[in-house]
Design a protein around this ligand. Structure first.
Ligand code: ADP
Length: 192
């Protein structure tokens, strides 16, 4: 198995690059944001509870997203590998993920961390909000709260994986193709 984490702040391009990476490498895409939005669309109890938190730009509780990832791993026993997008977002989530993967006899191969400046993030997200239908992308103060949550709770996840020498920083500004090429070069050099 080849499992990777695409890491970075909101608006850093994780979703866009994930779509291309799963197509190239045949990985299963696990985006906690996408799973949460589908729970909201289906009006499940979990979705209803998550919506008010997401609308404020805050993080959904660890137990909730860890259980979502646990089920997704269980439901895809045949996967060649997983691409985690928007997860883990806290150190507790990272520790839980390591444990789950360990139980399956596998691990994270690499954490590719997209680097994008803060004002570029805000402008990309406001721009995405014009067409995405995502309510958390239309309000600048919600966008800034999400970036703040990232700085307070999520940035440390990169430090956690750095201890295991798994983090590679990738310049996340430039064309989509340029960034994709940087990501694939790193993956190819590890995949063998
Ligand atoms: P973005 O990276 O653009 O903020 P996501 O789709 O990854 O978008 O996440 C949208 C929202 O869903 C987050 O602001 C947060 O409220 C919630 N969310 C997604 N993933 C997680 C996670 N791993 N832990 C906690 N909350 C999450």
């Amino acid at each position: 198995m080849f499992n990777l984490i695409l890491f970075g702040p909101p608006g850093s391009g994780k979703g866009t690059q994930s779509e291309r990476l799963i197509a190239r490498y045949g990985l299963k895409h696990l985006s906690t944001g996408d799973i949460l939005r589908s729970e909201i669309a289906n009006q499940t109890p979990l979705g209803l509870a998550a919506k008010s938190i997401m609308d404020k730009g805050q993080l959904v509780p660890d137990e909730v997203v860890i259980e979502m990832i646990n089920s997704a791993l269980e439901n895809n026993p045949q996967a060649k590998g997983f691409l985690f997008d928007g997860f883990p977002r806290t150190t507790a989530q990272a520790e839980a993920l390591d444990k789950l993967l360990n139980q399956k006899g596998t691990q994270i191969a690499v954490v590719l961390a997209l680097q994008v400046g803060k004002e570029e993030l805000v402008s990309r997200l406001l721009n995405r909000g014009k067409t995405s239908g995502r309510s958390d992308d239309t309000n600048e103060s919600v966008i800034r709260s999400r970036i703040e949550e990232y700085e307070k709770k999520t940035a440390v996840v990169a430090e956690y994986y750095s201890k295991f020498n798994k983090v590679v920083n990738i310049k996340g500004e430039g064309t989509i193709d340029e960034i994709f090429d940087s990501l694939t070069a790193e993956i190819d050099s590890r995949k063998g």
